[in-house]
Design a protein around this ligand. Structure first.
Ligand code: C2O
Ligand code: CU
Length: 451
Protein backbone atom coordinates (compact mmCIF):
# COMPACT_ATOMS: atom_id res chain seq x y z
CA UNK A 1 0.00 0.00 0.00
CA UNK A 2 0.99 3.62 -0.37
CA UNK A 3 1.63 5.69 2.71
CA UNK A 4 0.58 9.32 2.68
CA UNK A 5 2.59 12.07 4.29
CA UNK A 6 0.02 14.06 6.22
CA UNK A 7 -0.75 17.55 4.98
CA UNK A 8 -1.83 18.36 8.51
CA UNK A 9 -1.83 16.18 11.56
CA UNK A 10 -5.44 16.36 12.67
CA UNK A 11 -6.00 13.15 14.52
CA UNK A 12 -3.71 10.72 16.21
CA UNK A 13 -4.54 7.04 16.08
CA UNK A 14 -4.45 5.09 19.31
CA UNK A 15 -1.85 2.34 19.54
CA UNK A 16 -3.13 -1.22 19.58
CA UNK A 17 -4.09 -2.63 22.94
CA UNK A 18 -4.22 -6.27 24.01
CA UNK A 19 -5.18 -8.63 21.22
CA UNK A 20 -8.33 -10.70 21.45
CA UNK A 21 -7.98 -14.31 22.53
CA UNK A 22 -8.58 -16.11 19.23
CA UNK A 23 -6.56 -14.48 16.48
CA UNK A 24 -8.08 -14.08 13.04
CA UNK A 25 -6.16 -15.50 10.08
CA UNK A 26 -3.42 -13.24 8.83
CA UNK A 27 -4.23 -11.67 5.47
CA UNK A 28 -1.23 -10.83 3.33
CA UNK A 29 -1.05 -7.63 1.28
CA UNK A 30 -2.59 -4.99 3.53
CA UNK A 31 -2.13 -3.73 7.04
CA UNK A 32 -4.89 -4.82 9.42
CA UNK A 33 -6.65 -2.25 11.60
CA UNK A 34 -5.74 -3.03 15.22
CA UNK A 35 -8.65 -4.17 17.36
CA UNK A 36 -9.03 -1.82 20.34
CA UNK A 37 -11.59 -3.91 22.20
CA UNK A 38 -10.42 -6.97 24.12
CA UNK A 39 -13.86 -8.64 24.00
CA UNK A 40 -13.76 -11.63 21.70
CA UNK A 41 -16.89 -10.78 19.74
CA UNK A 42 -16.26 -7.05 19.40
CA UNK A 43 -13.92 -5.45 16.88
CA UNK A 44 -13.32 -1.77 17.52
CA UNK A 45 -11.13 0.20 15.16
CA UNK A 46 -10.14 3.80 14.58
CA UNK A 47 -10.45 5.09 11.07
CA UNK A 48 -9.65 8.57 9.87
CA UNK A 49 -9.98 10.01 6.39
CA UNK A 50 -6.94 12.11 5.66
CA UNK A 51 -5.50 14.22 2.90
CA UNK A 52 -1.87 13.64 2.18
CA UNK A 53 0.95 13.67 -0.27
CA UNK A 54 2.11 10.41 -1.78
CA UNK A 55 4.95 9.58 -4.07
CA UNK A 56 4.25 6.50 -6.11
CA UNK A 57 7.38 5.60 -8.03
CA UNK A 58 8.30 9.22 -8.49
CA UNK A 59 4.74 10.46 -8.86
CA UNK A 60 3.90 13.00 -6.18
CA UNK A 61 0.20 13.66 -5.87
CA UNK A 62 -2.30 14.71 -3.30
CA UNK A 63 -4.18 11.58 -2.41
CA UNK A 64 -6.79 10.97 0.24
CA UNK A 65 -6.50 7.89 2.38
CA UNK A 66 -7.89 6.08 5.38
CA UNK A 67 -5.32 6.25 8.18
CA UNK A 68 -2.97 7.78 5.60
CA UNK A 69 -2.96 4.61 3.50
CA UNK A 70 -4.08 3.92 -0.05
CA UNK A 71 -5.88 1.59 -0.15
CA UNK A 72 -7.13 1.89 3.40
CA UNK A 73 -6.19 -0.66 6.03
CA UNK A 74 -7.94 -4.00 6.22
CA UNK A 75 -10.93 -4.25 8.52
CA UNK A 76 -11.15 -7.80 9.79
CA UNK A 77 -13.83 -9.42 11.91
CA UNK A 78 -15.61 -12.72 12.33
CA UNK A 79 -19.19 -13.36 11.29
CA UNK A 80 -21.52 -12.43 14.14
CA UNK A 81 -19.08 -9.92 15.64
CA UNK A 82 -20.06 -6.43 16.59
CA UNK A 83 -17.94 -4.00 14.61
CA UNK A 84 -17.42 -0.50 15.97
CA UNK A 85 -15.64 2.02 13.79
CA UNK A 86 -14.63 5.29 15.40
CA UNK A 87 -14.50 7.37 12.26
CA UNK A 88 -13.06 10.87 12.04
CA UNK A 89 -13.19 13.14 9.02
CA UNK A 90 -9.85 14.81 8.44
CA UNK A 91 -10.79 15.96 4.95
CA UNK A 92 -11.81 19.50 4.09
CA UNK A 93 -15.19 18.30 2.82
CA UNK A 94 -18.02 16.10 4.17
CA UNK A 95 -17.86 12.35 3.80
CA UNK A 96 -19.43 9.08 5.00
CA UNK A 97 -18.25 5.47 5.08
CA UNK A 98 -20.34 2.84 3.29
CA UNK A 99 -19.73 -0.87 3.91
CA UNK A 100 -20.16 -2.31 0.44
CA UNK A 101 -22.00 -5.63 0.46
CA UNK A 102 -22.80 -5.89 4.16
CA UNK A 103 -26.43 -6.63 5.07
CA UNK A 104 -26.30 -4.55 8.23
CA UNK A 105 -28.65 -2.29 10.12
CA UNK A 106 -29.94 0.38 7.76
CA UNK A 107 -28.89 3.34 9.93
CA UNK A 108 -25.22 2.29 9.63
CA UNK A 109 -25.14 2.02 5.82
CA UNK A 110 -23.23 5.27 5.48
CA UNK A 111 -25.36 7.02 2.87
CA UNK A 112 -26.43 10.66 3.09
CA UNK A 113 -30.14 9.78 2.91
CA UNK A 114 -29.81 8.08 6.30
CA UNK A 115 -26.95 9.87 7.92
CA UNK A 116 -25.96 13.52 8.02
CA UNK A 117 -22.55 13.41 6.29
CA UNK A 118 -19.63 13.75 8.70
CA UNK A 119 -18.38 17.32 8.48
CA UNK A 120 -14.66 18.23 8.34
CA UNK A 121 -13.18 17.77 11.80
CA UNK A 122 -16.21 15.83 13.05
CA UNK A 123 -16.50 12.19 13.90
CA UNK A 124 -19.11 9.44 13.82
CA UNK A 125 -19.25 5.97 15.30
CA UNK A 126 -20.46 3.21 13.02
CA UNK A 127 -21.59 0.16 14.95
CA UNK A 128 -23.18 -2.94 13.49
CA UNK A 129 -23.30 -6.72 13.74
CA UNK A 130 -21.95 -8.50 10.67
CA UNK A 131 -24.41 -11.18 9.55
CA UNK A 132 -22.44 -12.67 6.67
CA UNK A 133 -18.88 -13.82 6.18
CA UNK A 134 -17.03 -12.89 3.04
CA UNK A 135 -14.91 -10.40 1.18
CA UNK A 136 -16.18 -6.82 1.26
CA UNK A 137 -14.86 -3.28 1.00
CA UNK A 138 -15.62 0.21 2.26
CA UNK A 139 -15.69 3.63 0.64
CA UNK A 140 -17.34 7.06 0.93
CA UNK A 141 -20.86 7.68 -0.35
CA UNK A 142 -20.51 11.45 -0.75
CA UNK A 143 -18.91 12.73 -3.95
CA UNK A 144 -17.65 9.19 -4.36
CA UNK A 145 -16.41 9.84 -7.88
CA UNK A 146 -13.66 12.09 -6.50
CA UNK A 147 -13.20 10.67 -2.99
CA UNK A 148 -12.78 7.07 -4.15
CA UNK A 149 -10.54 8.03 -7.06
CA UNK A 150 -8.30 10.00 -4.69
CA UNK A 151 -7.76 6.88 -2.62
CA UNK A 152 -10.60 6.50 -0.12
CA UNK A 153 -11.23 2.77 -0.51
CA UNK A 154 -10.50 0.03 1.95
CA UNK A 155 -10.73 -3.73 2.19
CA UNK A 156 -12.85 -5.72 4.61
CA UNK A 157 -12.82 -9.42 5.42
CA UNK A 158 -15.47 -11.06 7.54
CA UNK A 159 -14.10 -14.49 8.37
CA UNK A 160 -16.24 -17.57 8.61
CA UNK A 161 -16.98 -18.86 12.10
CA UNK A 162 -14.42 -21.59 11.36
CA UNK A 163 -12.23 -20.12 8.64
CA UNK A 164 -11.53 -22.48 5.74
CA UNK A 165 -8.10 -23.95 6.38
CA UNK A 166 -6.03 -22.24 3.70
CA UNK A 167 -2.28 -22.01 4.19
CA UNK A 168 -2.17 -18.38 3.09
CA UNK A 169 -4.77 -15.66 2.55
CA UNK A 170 -4.09 -12.65 0.34
CA UNK A 171 -6.17 -9.59 -0.47
CA UNK A 172 -5.74 -7.73 -3.77
CA UNK A 173 -7.30 -4.30 -4.29
CA UNK A 174 -7.28 -3.59 -8.03
CA UNK A 175 -7.73 0.01 -9.09
CA UNK A 176 -7.34 2.08 -12.21
CA UNK A 177 -6.45 5.74 -11.77
CA UNK A 178 -6.03 8.61 -14.18
CA UNK A 179 -2.67 10.37 -14.27
CA UNK A 180 -1.84 13.45 -16.33
CA UNK A 181 1.27 14.05 -18.50
CA UNK A 182 3.27 14.96 -15.39
CA UNK A 183 2.24 11.67 -13.79
CA UNK A 184 0.09 13.37 -11.20
CA UNK A 185 -3.46 12.45 -10.37
CA UNK A 186 -5.39 14.24 -13.11
CA UNK A 187 -7.98 16.86 -12.15
CA UNK A 188 -11.39 17.22 -13.73
CA UNK A 189 -13.20 14.76 -11.50
CA UNK A 190 -16.71 16.05 -12.00
CA UNK A 191 -18.64 14.35 -14.81
CA UNK A 192 -19.57 17.52 -16.62
CA UNK A 193 -19.73 16.67 -20.29
CA UNK A 194 -17.40 14.69 -22.50
CA UNK A 195 -16.06 11.20 -22.07
CA UNK A 196 -15.92 11.33 -18.26
CA UNK A 197 -19.67 11.84 -18.10
CA UNK A 198 -20.33 9.27 -20.80
CA UNK A 199 -18.12 6.38 -19.69
CA UNK A 200 -17.05 7.41 -16.22
CA UNK A 201 -13.48 8.26 -15.30
CA UNK A 202 -11.41 5.61 -17.01
CA UNK A 203 -7.87 5.54 -15.71
CA UNK A 204 -4.61 4.97 -17.55
CA UNK A 205 -2.68 3.39 -14.70
CA UNK A 206 -3.38 0.20 -12.76
CA UNK A 207 -2.72 0.03 -9.04
CA UNK A 208 -2.29 -3.23 -7.17
CA UNK A 209 -2.80 -2.58 -3.45
CA UNK A 210 -1.80 0.99 -4.24
CA UNK A 211 1.36 0.00 -6.09
CA UNK A 212 2.32 0.39 -9.74
CA UNK A 213 4.61 -2.63 -9.81
CA UNK A 214 3.35 -6.16 -9.46
CA UNK A 215 3.18 -7.34 -5.86
CA UNK A 216 5.64 -10.10 -5.09
CA UNK A 217 5.97 -12.87 -2.54
CA UNK A 218 7.09 -16.43 -2.22
CA UNK A 219 4.46 -19.11 -2.70
CA UNK A 220 5.05 -22.60 -1.36
CA UNK A 221 4.62 -25.81 -3.30
CA UNK A 222 2.04 -28.27 -1.96
CA UNK A 223 -0.08 -25.52 -0.37
CA UNK A 224 -3.44 -23.93 -0.98
CA UNK A 225 -4.06 -20.20 -0.92
CA UNK A 226 -7.16 -18.04 -0.77
CA UNK A 227 -7.01 -14.87 -2.82
CA UNK A 228 -9.60 -12.17 -2.28
CA UNK A 229 -9.89 -9.71 -5.14
CA UNK A 230 -11.90 -6.49 -5.54
CA UNK A 231 -12.19 -3.97 -8.36
CA UNK A 232 -12.31 -0.48 -6.80
CA UNK A 233 -11.96 1.49 -10.04
CA UNK A 234 -14.41 4.33 -10.65
CA UNK A 235 -15.56 2.98 -13.96
CA UNK A 236 -13.40 0.37 -15.62
CA UNK A 237 -14.53 -3.23 -15.92
CA UNK A 238 -11.48 -5.42 -15.44
CA UNK A 239 -10.94 -9.10 -16.00
CA UNK A 240 -8.66 -11.33 -13.99
CA UNK A 241 -6.83 -14.53 -14.72
CA UNK A 242 -4.39 -16.76 -12.86
CA UNK A 243 -1.30 -18.33 -14.39
CA UNK A 244 1.18 -20.94 -13.17
CA UNK A 245 -1.31 -22.40 -10.71
CA UNK A 246 -4.44 -24.52 -10.45
CA UNK A 247 -7.34 -22.32 -9.38
CA UNK A 248 -11.08 -22.05 -8.94
CA UNK A 249 -13.57 -19.42 -7.83
CA UNK A 250 -15.00 -20.24 -4.41
CA UNK A 251 -16.96 -17.08 -3.59
CA UNK A 252 -18.61 -14.24 -5.47
CA UNK A 253 -19.39 -10.90 -3.77
CA UNK A 254 -18.45 -12.47 -0.48
CA UNK A 255 -20.75 -15.45 -0.51
CA UNK A 256 -19.30 -18.94 -0.81
CA UNK A 257 -20.62 -20.75 -3.86
CA UNK A 258 -22.56 -23.99 -3.61
CA UNK A 259 -20.16 -25.47 -6.13
CA UNK A 260 -16.82 -24.01 -7.10
CA UNK A 261 -16.54 -22.31 -10.45
CA UNK A 262 -13.65 -23.90 -12.39
CA UNK A 263 -10.74 -21.61 -13.06
CA UNK A 264 -11.08 -20.80 -16.71
CA UNK A 265 -9.99 -17.22 -17.18
CA UNK A 266 -10.16 -14.46 -17.82
CA UNK A 267 -13.24 -13.76 -15.70
CA UNK A 268 -14.96 -10.42 -15.67
CA UNK A 269 -14.49 -8.35 -12.52
CA UNK A 270 -16.89 -5.46 -12.69
CA UNK A 271 -16.49 -2.39 -10.50
CA UNK A 272 -17.44 -3.25 -6.91
CA UNK A 273 -17.39 -7.04 -7.47
CA UNK A 274 -15.33 -9.42 -5.33
CA UNK A 275 -14.11 -12.91 -6.09
CA UNK A 276 -12.46 -15.34 -3.71
CA UNK A 277 -10.12 -17.66 -5.56
CA UNK A 278 -8.58 -20.88 -4.34
CA UNK A 279 -5.09 -21.09 -5.79
CA UNK A 280 -2.68 -24.03 -5.70
CA UNK A 281 0.76 -22.83 -6.76
CA UNK A 282 2.39 -24.95 -9.44
CA UNK A 283 5.17 -23.28 -11.44
CA UNK A 284 4.51 -20.20 -9.27
CA UNK A 285 1.24 -18.35 -9.13
CA UNK A 286 0.46 -15.13 -10.95
CA UNK A 287 -2.61 -12.94 -10.69
CA UNK A 288 -3.17 -11.06 -13.93
CA UNK A 289 -5.38 -8.12 -14.72
CA UNK A 290 -6.66 -8.38 -18.25
CA UNK A 291 -7.66 -5.19 -20.01
CA UNK A 292 -9.06 -5.11 -23.53
CA UNK A 293 -7.15 -2.89 -25.95
CA UNK A 294 -7.72 -2.06 -29.59
CA UNK A 295 -5.18 -4.71 -30.51
CA UNK A 296 -6.52 -7.44 -28.23
CA UNK A 297 -6.34 -8.24 -24.55
CA UNK A 298 -3.34 -7.08 -22.55
CA UNK A 299 -2.48 -9.01 -19.38
CA UNK A 300 -0.74 -7.13 -16.58
CA UNK A 301 0.73 -9.09 -13.68
CA UNK A 302 -0.72 -7.83 -10.39
CA UNK A 303 0.94 -10.42 -8.19
CA UNK A 304 3.87 -12.67 -8.93
CA UNK A 305 4.50 -15.61 -6.65
CA UNK A 306 7.92 -17.24 -6.75
CA UNK A 307 7.68 -20.94 -6.03
CA UNK A 308 9.66 -22.31 -3.11
CA UNK A 309 9.96 -25.89 -1.90
CA UNK A 310 8.56 -28.91 -3.63
CA UNK A 311 5.96 -31.57 -3.12
CA UNK A 312 2.85 -32.94 -4.72
CA UNK A 313 0.06 -30.42 -5.40
CA UNK A 314 -2.89 -31.14 -3.11
CA UNK A 315 -6.50 -31.41 -4.26
CA UNK A 316 -8.72 -28.37 -3.95
CA UNK A 317 -9.87 -27.77 -0.41
CA UNK A 318 -13.22 -26.25 -1.34
CA UNK A 319 -15.67 -28.71 -2.84
CA UNK A 320 -19.10 -27.57 -1.65
CA UNK A 321 -20.59 -24.51 0.00
CA UNK A 322 -23.98 -23.67 1.45
CA UNK A 323 -27.11 -23.51 -0.70
CA UNK A 324 -27.76 -20.07 -2.20
CA UNK A 325 -30.77 -17.94 -1.29
CA UNK A 326 -33.86 -20.01 -2.17
CA UNK A 327 -35.93 -18.68 -5.05
CA UNK A 328 -39.64 -18.88 -4.24
CA UNK A 329 -42.61 -17.96 -6.40
CA UNK A 330 -42.41 -14.28 -7.14
CA UNK A 331 -44.94 -12.08 -5.33
CA UNK A 332 -43.79 -8.65 -6.42
CA UNK A 333 -42.11 -7.40 -9.54
CA UNK A 334 -40.38 -4.17 -10.44
CA UNK A 335 -38.67 -2.84 -13.51
CA UNK A 336 -35.71 -0.50 -13.46
CA UNK A 337 -35.00 1.22 -16.75
CA UNK A 338 -31.48 2.51 -17.07
CA UNK A 339 -31.58 5.61 -19.23
CA UNK A 340 -29.93 8.92 -19.96
CA UNK A 341 -30.79 12.41 -21.15
CA UNK A 342 -28.98 15.56 -21.99
CA UNK A 343 -28.82 17.97 -19.09
CA UNK A 344 -27.20 21.25 -18.32
CA UNK A 345 -23.66 19.84 -18.37
CA UNK A 346 -24.01 17.09 -20.93
CA UNK A 347 -25.21 13.53 -20.61
CA UNK A 348 -26.87 12.62 -17.31
CA UNK A 349 -27.86 9.13 -16.28
CA UNK A 350 -31.13 8.14 -14.70
CA UNK A 351 -33.24 5.26 -13.46
CA UNK A 352 -36.86 5.11 -14.65
CA UNK A 353 -36.50 8.57 -16.19
CA UNK A 354 -35.55 10.20 -12.91
CA UNK A 355 -32.28 11.54 -11.61
CA UNK A 356 -31.54 10.65 -7.99
CA UNK A 357 -33.58 12.89 -5.73
CA UNK A 358 -36.24 13.65 -8.33
CA UNK A 359 -38.52 10.81 -7.23
CA UNK A 360 -39.52 9.08 -4.02
CA UNK A 361 -38.03 5.86 -2.77
CA UNK A 362 -39.62 2.83 -4.47
CA UNK A 363 -41.80 1.06 -1.88
CA UNK A 364 -41.37 -2.72 -1.66
CA UNK A 365 -42.57 -5.35 0.80
CA UNK A 366 -40.00 -6.83 3.12
CA UNK A 367 -39.35 -10.60 3.07
CA UNK A 368 -41.11 -11.01 -0.25
CA UNK A 369 -39.92 -12.97 -3.26
CA UNK A 370 -39.27 -10.30 -5.86
CA UNK A 371 -38.33 -10.16 -9.49
CA UNK A 372 -36.30 -7.11 -10.52
CA UNK A 373 -36.09 -6.60 -14.25
CA UNK A 374 -33.37 -4.24 -15.43
CA UNK A 375 -33.68 -2.80 -18.89
CA UNK A 376 -30.63 -1.00 -20.21
CA UNK A 377 -31.54 1.52 -22.89
CA UNK A 378 -28.44 3.66 -23.46
CA UNK A 379 -26.19 1.06 -25.08
CA UNK A 380 -23.62 1.52 -22.32
CA UNK A 381 -22.67 -0.92 -19.57
CA UNK A 382 -23.55 -0.31 -15.92
CA UNK A 383 -22.41 -2.25 -12.84
CA UNK A 384 -25.70 -2.39 -10.94
CA UNK A 385 -25.29 -2.44 -7.14
CA UNK A 386 -27.94 -3.01 -4.49
CA UNK A 387 -27.30 -2.07 -0.87
CA UNK A 388 -28.21 -4.19 2.12
CA UNK A 389 -29.63 -7.22 0.27
CA UNK A 390 -28.40 -10.10 -1.79
CA UNK A 391 -29.81 -10.94 -5.20
CA UNK A 392 -29.41 -13.76 -7.66
CA UNK A 393 -29.06 -13.56 -11.41
CA UNK A 394 -31.97 -15.40 -13.02
CA UNK A 395 -31.42 -14.63 -16.67
CA UNK A 396 -29.72 -12.20 -19.00
CA UNK A 397 -29.93 -11.72 -22.72
CA UNK A 398 -26.61 -9.96 -23.35
CA UNK A 399 -23.27 -11.58 -23.97
CA UNK A 400 -22.19 -11.39 -20.35
CA UNK A 401 -21.46 -14.42 -18.20
CA UNK A 402 -23.98 -16.16 -16.03
CA UNK A 403 -22.80 -15.48 -12.48
CA UNK A 404 -23.81 -17.98 -9.79
CA UNK A 405 -24.39 -17.30 -6.12
CA UNK A 406 -25.77 -14.47 -4.02
CA UNK A 407 -24.62 -11.14 -5.42
CA UNK A 408 -24.70 -7.46 -4.59
CA UNK A 409 -23.18 -6.20 -7.85
CA UNK A 410 -23.68 -7.21 -11.47
CA UNK A 411 -22.54 -5.64 -14.72
CA UNK A 412 -25.49 -5.02 -17.02
CA UNK A 413 -24.36 -4.84 -20.63
CA UNK A 414 -25.49 -2.18 -23.07
CA UNK A 415 -29.01 -2.81 -24.34
CA UNK A 416 -29.40 -5.82 -22.11
CA UNK A 417 -32.44 -7.07 -20.20
CA UNK A 418 -31.50 -8.75 -16.94
CA UNK A 419 -33.74 -10.56 -14.54
CA UNK A 420 -32.76 -10.70 -10.87
CA UNK A 421 -34.32 -12.30 -7.83
CA UNK A 422 -34.22 -10.95 -4.29
CA UNK A 423 -36.20 -11.56 -1.13
CA UNK A 424 -35.69 -8.05 0.31
CA UNK A 425 -35.07 -9.62 3.69
CA UNK A 426 -33.42 -6.54 5.20
CA UNK A 427 -35.85 -3.71 6.02
CA UNK A 428 -35.02 -0.04 5.59
CA UNK A 429 -34.14 2.41 2.88
CA UNK A 430 -31.56 0.91 0.60
CA UNK A 431 -29.86 2.44 -2.39
CA UNK A 432 -29.58 0.83 -5.79
CA UNK A 433 -27.26 2.47 -8.26
CA UNK A 434 -24.75 2.20 -11.02
CA UNK A 435 -21.27 1.74 -9.55
CA UNK A 436 -19.69 3.77 -12.33
CA UNK A 437 -19.36 6.58 -9.84
CA UNK A 438 -19.75 9.33 -12.44
CA UNK A 439 -23.02 7.79 -13.64
CA UNK A 440 -24.21 7.61 -10.04
CA UNK A 441 -23.20 11.23 -9.52
CA UNK A 442 -25.24 12.55 -12.46
CA UNK A 443 -28.29 10.63 -11.27
CA UNK A 444 -28.23 6.88 -11.88
CA UNK A 445 -29.24 6.03 -8.32
CA UNK A 446 -32.51 5.18 -6.69
CA UNK A 447 -33.75 3.95 -3.33
CA UNK A 448 -35.96 1.11 -2.19
CA UNK A 449 -38.12 1.62 0.86
CA UNK A 450 -38.28 -1.95 2.18
CA UNK A 451 -41.03 -2.45 4.81
CU1 C2O B 1 -19.97 0.42 -3.28
CU2 C2O B 1 -23.50 2.44 -3.02
O1 C2O B 1 -21.69 1.47 -3.16
CU1 CU C 1 -23.74 3.38 -15.31
Amino acid sequence: MVRLLPLALLFACQPAEEDEAVPLPTVWGLETLPDQDPAEDVVEVNLVATEGQATIDGIASTLWGYNSQVPGPLLQARVGDTVRVNFANGLSEPTTVHWHGLRIDNAMDGVPALQEPVQPGDSFTYEFVVPDSGTFWYHPHVRGHEQVERGLQGAMVIHEEEPLAYDVERYFVLDDILLDEDNRLAGGFDPVGGMTAMHGRLGNTLLFNGQLDPLQAEVAAATRERWRVVNTANARTLSIDVADAAWQVIAVDGTLLTEPWPGVGPIRLEVGRRYDLEVIPEAGAELQVVVPTTTGDAAYPAFQGALVGDGESPDFLFTRGPAPMAMDDVEQELTLTLDAANGQYGVEFMINGLRYGEGDAIPVDVDTPTRIVIEETTGLEHPFHLHGQFFRLVSRDGGGPFVPGSLDTLLVDGGERVELYTDFSNPGRWMAHCHILEHAETGMMTEFDVR
